[in-house]
Design a protein around this ligand. Sequence first.
Ligand SMILES: *Cc1c(COP(=O)(O)O)cnc(C)c1O
Length: 401
Amino acid sequence: MIKKAKRIENLPPYLFARIDQLKEEAINRGIDVISLGIGDPDQPTPMPIVQKLCEEALNPANHRYPSYEGLLEYRQAVANWYKYRFNVDLDPKKEVLSLIGSKEGLVHMIWGLVDRGDIVLCPDPGYPVYRISTLLAEGEPYSIPLKIENKFLPKWEDIPTEIAKKAKVMFLNYPSNPTGAVIDKKGLEEAVKFAKEYDIIILYDNAYSEITFDGFVAPSILEIDGAKDIAIEFNSLSKTFNMTGWRIGYAVGNADLISVLSTVKTNVDSGVFQAIQYAAIEALNNLRDFSKESVKIYQRRRDMVLDAFKGMGVEILPPKGTFYVWVSVPEGFTSTDFAAFLLEEIGVLVVPGIGYGDYGEGYIRISTTISEDRLIEALKRVKEFFGRDDWKSKKPSLLLK
Ligand SMILES: *Cc1c(COP(=O)(O)O)cnc(C)c1O
């Protein structure tokens, strides 16, 4: 037996790896599984971006190690995008850093900031990476409870003062995975005020900044006066331009935080393949309206999901952003039971809310990043099954552990 490090041994299993396994098992049992699990855009990357990659891939100058911090041209394109989109000024040399996807940056930022025992405030429910990166660094995650009665926004007064005083770092993510909730500038002002009062660094995850509905426009935390003193924002091309597989993102904001992150990165990885950086520049400079089309698609799908669950006695705060719908489970079920039940009875895979933290219990997350025929088929199964009176008498036999 290989003896793993305790920090690995003690980790909860990565939720999506476990879900893939369950899906596999169900498929092997002959079930036609429709996955509404992982959030990964089903639409292709826009062709001009792909073309740019192809051109640049042919140039041998791009075949060598890229610089750690990213091409200045790429960082300038990010700065220009932030000026255009958020009216935020950034110094591309000191306040922008390229990332191999924003997940990489979130994890490495924690390595640069957290010592054993340091408290990290994590949105709960929230993207599992926040907790896990904290645990890997031997820090202590502490939940920021996000409740439906508060529209899944933090209530800063709920954080005990002694915890706030000790906390070193906080993650914040809106538009939110998994709840689909959004925050406005006033909400961000409150967050910055709280963080400044207790001397807490904010790691703001704005991965879904361009995926918002009903006319809502997501702010950057850097729009808030004084935020740059304490905050760094993570974003990427993954969700905005359907580029999850490309692995390119960026961190922007406080120059000292950028420098810390850069120190970690120079010691553990290299920069992003330059051909991909050139393709990303193309996206940021010339496809600024692309996400408007995606938003139409996701908003239509959101409405289909809301419609299918209407009248089922479940509670949903209609999401204002992301491609998720966060649905309460019917009475008498845990989130895992209900996810197992859906998989078993109708072959529809969703993610149990408990995977996003203790406050995720009582919910499931539905992702709409699959082809529309498959989504329609899944929702048809949902409606048919829950339209029958006898569904409650069925007990789930399959257990998700
Ligand atoms: C998808 C996602 C990311 C990371 O995406 P990258 O592909 O690593 O840039 C970050 N945060 C949240 C909340 C996400 O859902």
